[in-house]
Design a protein around this ligand. Structure first.
Ligand code: 5GP
Length: 196
């Protein structure tokens, strides 16, 4: 893989579709990728580390960053704010490829910055029932949270058209191979040569 052309990959998905595992696999295989660490007002989960999983900040601090126009994008999701700081991206892209784990709202906003060369991938399960099964079996969310996350599945579907690729994660290895292919195509050809 050539390292001279830096790319930005957005990986959106409903939680439970396998995004975290795929993200880790991309980073392990391609050390050139840096994961964009978002700011959020959501409280950390027990296994999460400030500055690694997210920058955890107060709603007041988040709002002041909005007013200072510091975000490339931000969104309110499940009662909390999430956003990508311009300074973090602008610094990282000089040396690294960047992987964004953001939702469709953020994807729409980032797409407006024509200077950013984005590959937009939506990762999902075969259907809503499969997602429900995964959310319940991983046992990380309360029944109410599972319901909320499932209801956002219906909203998310409406925005699949905003993505360059929609991948069904039926088999993790197959799905990862598809992502590798997409990445290596962009690394090999200039984006203007790619027919979408
Ligand atoms: P979670 O609370 O499960 O970590 O994330 C909830 C949702 O927020 C996920 O769909 C994730 O992709 C999205 N998200 C995380 N960071 C950002 C961000 O910086 N901007 C936007 N727009 N969405 C984000």
């Amino acid at each position: 893989m050539s390292h001279d052309k830096k790319i930005m990959v957005i990986l959106s998905s409903p939680s439970g579709a396998g995004k975290t595992t795929i993200t880790k696999k991309i980073q392990q295989k391609y050390p050139s990728f840096k994961i964009s660490v978002s700011h959020t007002t959501r409280p950390p989960r027990t296994n999460e580390i400030d500055g690694v999983d997210y920058h955890f900040i107060s709603k007041m601090k988040f709002k002041s960053l909005i007013n200072e126009n510091k975000f490339y994008e931000y969104a309110k999701i499940f009662d909390n704010y999430y956003g990508t700081l311009k300074a973090n991206v602008d610094g990282a892209i000089l040396k690294n490829d960047i992987l964004f784990d953001i939702d469709w709202q953020g994807t729409k906003q980032l797409s407006q910055f024509k200077n950013l060369k984005l590959i937009k991938i939506y990762l999902t399960t075969e259907n809503k029932g499969e997602l429900e099964k995964r959310l319940i079996s991983r046992n990380q969310n309360t029944i109410d949270e599972v319901k909320k996350r499932l209801s956002s599945y219906d909203e998310d579907i409406k925005h699949w058209n905003d993505y360059d690729y929609v991948l069904i994660n039926k088999n993790l290895e197959v799905c990862f191979k598809q992502i590798e292919k997409i990445i290596s195509n962009y690394k090999t050809f200039s984006t203007s040569q790619i027919i979408q």
